[in-house]
Design a protein around this ligand. Structure first.
Ligand SMILES: *Cc1c(COP(=O)(O)O)cnc(C)c1O
Length: 400
């Protein structure tokens, strides 16, 4: 079967909820992937930052094989010998008191919202069923019905109502708007420290510190969604570390498994996650021993192999080079660490055609919304490989 055969099958039998680039991948190693025709590409998207450790990292693979052959799943009806170790290691690494493991990112977000509501009723004393949660314009936190209930993207909501009540949105990056929206029933402010899907939107300097201060003064939980920008992507363990801000609750996912398996988690203070009693919340696969073993290994290699520092240094280097491209198409280059968005001018004809051309040149990346190309290679990338990619990016942006 060739590329066209695979595409035809997928279009026929699989729901068309994505519009992927027409490359059919069959193998990956480190920063590289190969398609079914044998062509090699540099992965400059990393599965939306789920592959910070690169494809098929050998140490995580070894853990995966060993744990899969020993004990993949127990359910939480019984205890297993991996969950306690992951919980301890993740709390020691991040400084939070407790963890609650889930599978997908959207589930971690749902879990954080449930914890915040219950905290609001039990700890803050909000009257029953009156809890409000403030979110931001342009947010992307997953695709469940409650999460799209506070999306401001028309297509994410169209045809999926009725929606979950209890959410308010304020402009992103505007701390005054947050403060003005807080009422006595506000239990939490849920925010991405950098909005990835919205086009790598970085809030103004000082924003994270200001929202931390506002939430503290009003006894509102600050929930940071670090599913995309956390775990080293921006050159710090968490993107909030750039302003030395400690949220009350953090959601992580994506790179938590190095791309091997869906693993997510909520991290929080004890008074927040402590609201859950047995039976309040759960997941058959959440906290399973395979997920926990893989996550332990994925976190270990992220830290031990210097990936976070590498993201910081090479991100700065790549952003600097991108900023010096003198292409008539570029409106702005934004980024922190190895999460970089190149915004094109409206007259450039959309980011999609540039991604298709880059694919022809052996570089895989993806447009986000109409006019932004997101660059997010695995954090194990080296400077010569960044240069290899840069030459192609420059060539496409200069000649297209
Ligand atoms: C990807 C993402 C999610 C959702 O994660 P899924 O695993 O796709 O459910 C939530 N928040 C942010 C910031 C994300 O980038």
């Amino acid at each position: 079967m060739n590329t066209q055969d695979f595409i035809a099958l997928e279009e026929r039998y699989n729901a068309r909820n994505y519009k992927p680039l027409n490359v059919v991948l069959e193998r990956g190693e480190g920063i590289w992937v190969w398609d079914v025709e044998g062509n090699r590409y540099l992965d400059f998207l990393s599965a939306y930052s789920a592959l910070n450790q690169g494809h098929v990292h050998p140490r995580i693979l070894q853990t995966m094989i060993e744990q899969a052959s020993r004990l993949p799943l127990t359910s939480r009806a019984f205890r297993n010998d991996q969950l306690p170790l992951l919980a301890q290691e993740i709390c020691e690494l991040t400084g939070f008191d407790m963890m609650l493991p889930m599978n997908s990112g959207a589930e971690a977000v749902e879990t954080a919202l449930k914890a915040a509501r219950k905290w609001g009723y039990q700890v803050k004393g909000v009257p029953e069923n009156r809890a409000e949660i403030i979110t931001c314009h342009g947010n992307f936190q997953g695709r469940t019905i409650s999460v799209i209930s506070f999306s401001t993207e028309a297509q994410y909501r169209e045809g999926f109502g009725p929606f979950t009540p209890g959410f308010v949105t304020v402009p992103y990056g505007d701390a005054d708007a947050l403060e003005a929206a807080i009422t006595p029933n506000t239990v939490a402010f849920s925010v991405e420290p950098i909005q990835g899907e919205a086009g790598v939107i970085i809030p103004p300097d000082g924003y994270l510190r200001r929202i931390r201060d506002i939430c503290t003064r009003h006894n509102v939980l600050l929930i940071a969604d670090e599913i995309q920008c956390g775990l080293g992507r921006t050159g710090q363990l968490f993107a909030t570390d750039w302003e030395d801000v400690k949220p009350d609750v953090v959601t992580i996912g994506k790179a938590l498994s190095g791309g091997f398996y869906p693993v997510s988690a909520v991290l929080a203070r004890r008074d927040v996650l402590g609201v859950f009693r047995p039976g309040d919340h759960g997941s058959t696969f959440g906290g399973n021993p395979l997920a926990c073993a893989v996550a332990r290994s994925a976190l270990k290699v992220l830290v031990e192999e210097g990936m976070i520092e590498n993201a910081r240094h090479l991100g700065e280097y790549l952003k600097g080079r991108l900023e010096r491209i003198e292409s008539e198409h570029i409106a702005e280059v934004r980024g922190r660490g190895l999460l970089i968005g190149v915004e094109l001018k409206p007259q450039a004809g959309g980011a999609r055609r540039f991604c298709e051309m880059l694919m022809q040149h052996g570089l895989l990346c993806k447009e986000t919304h109409d006019n932004v190309i997101r660059f997010a290679p695995p954090l194990i990338i080296t400077r010569p490989d960044i240069d290899w990619a840069f030459e192609r990016i420059e060539q496409v942006l200069m000649t297209a």
